[in-house]
Design a protein. Structure first.
Length: 335
């Protein structure tokens, strides 16, 4: 027995069946514009009964939109950024999906803007979210000049660029202050890639805490661009020999490599060396011993970036932009 093929309804079909205009149907679906509640209820009931799904492509053509958002990612991003990007992307996709937008990942190589030029020339996206690792001033300048709607994840000194960011400097300062108030006077810092804005923010927080408490910073205990096991292992040896009583790592991956180096050198944590991280992850929570760190709402950061871009695109996101907070979690590594 042949099954009857299910009819796919269009807005024209719905308007004809209900004896209303296409504008009325569109207003009922979008929730925008003046329309009586009884009429709206009739349209929505019909849609539900017949499983009507708006054609995003057709809607995009009518409104000159693609309903695509590009997320710019660095081509050379390293393992230290993976968990951040994953959680942030989850937040972006969650909000975008709720508003019928799709996310296109676009990999950017340094200051090369050719990928962005293609996106713009082919009108493939309505707007762009620039991840925190893509800090090239050339890219930001290009996006401003071509008037492509975009939002930056991370700090910027340009007042004309819309951005969202975690309170990295404030959080870094608070974590460092806690360690200093615990009596540590020779704090070391293992920092990440200096070309990233987030690295500068966390570094400044480290300096701010020392300055506020009147404790000098020993620049010999600071190692930047510590992004591989060999460099970190060498740094840990030098820090221990120099008399450091604590090591602050800028993120969870650097911290994991630091802990591994300390174990290898049989330097006991926290008895012989205190350790803390400016970014938390499950890896640090389940370390032996568990590591003191800062927990950020990274998914919320992605959500906020997408909400802000949707507002720029003229949408009316249902979600509210909530303040992004952080929490310093004290664990056994600094006891």
């Amino acid at each position: 027995m042949e099954t009857e093929e299910k009819k796919i309804y269009t807005i024209d079909d719905i308007a004809r069946e209900l004896g209303v205009s296409k504008t009325t149907v569109s207003r009922a679906i979008s929730g925008k514009g003046r329309i009586g509640q009884a009429t709206r209820d009739r349209v929505l009931a019909f849609i539900k009964e017949h499983d009507y799904r708006p054609n995003v492509v057709a809607r995009g053509l009518a409104q000159r939109k693609t309903y695509n958002i590009a997320l710019l990612m660095p081509k050379d991003y390293v393992a230290t950024d993976f968990l951040f990007f994953k959680d942030c992307m989850n937040g972006i996709c969650e909000v975008a999906s709720a508003h019928d937008y799709d996310i296109i990942i676009s990999m950017v190589d340094g200051e090369d803007v050719s990928q962005i030029e293609r996106l713009e020339a082919n009108r493939k996206v309505d707007g762009i979210i620039v991840s925190r690792a893509v800090v090239s001033s050339k890219i930001q300048k290009y996006l401003k000049n071509c008037r492509e709607p975009f939002v930056l994840i991370g700090p910027t000194s340009d007042p004309e660029i819309p951005f969202v960011d975690n309170k990295n400097q404030e959080a870094g300062k608070e974590l460092t202050s806690i360690l200093l108030m615990k009596g540590m006077r020779h704090l070391a810092l293992l920092g990440g890639n200096e070309s990233y804005n987030v690295t500068g923010s966390r570094y400044q927080g480290f300096l701010d805490a020392h300055q506020e408490l009147g404790i000098p910073v020993d620049k010999n205990l600071i190692f930047m661009n510590a992004d591989n096991q060999l460099v970190i292992s060498d740094a840990v040896s030098k820090l221990y020999e120099a008399g450091a009583d604590g090591i602050v790592c800028m993120d969870d991956v650097i911290c994991s490599m630091c802990m591994s180096s300390l174990r290898e050198k049989k330097i006991q944590v926290p008895m012989q060396m205190k350790v803390a991280s400016m970014y938390d992850s499950k890896n640090l929570e389940y370390h032996n011993p568990p590591v003191t760190s800062i927990k950020f709402d990274t998914t919320g950061l992605g959500q906020m970036a997408c909400i802000k871009l949707l507002e720029i695109l003229g949408e009316n996101p249902r979600e509210e932009i909530k303040p992004l907070n952080y929490q310093v979690i004290l664990r056994e590594s600094t006891q």
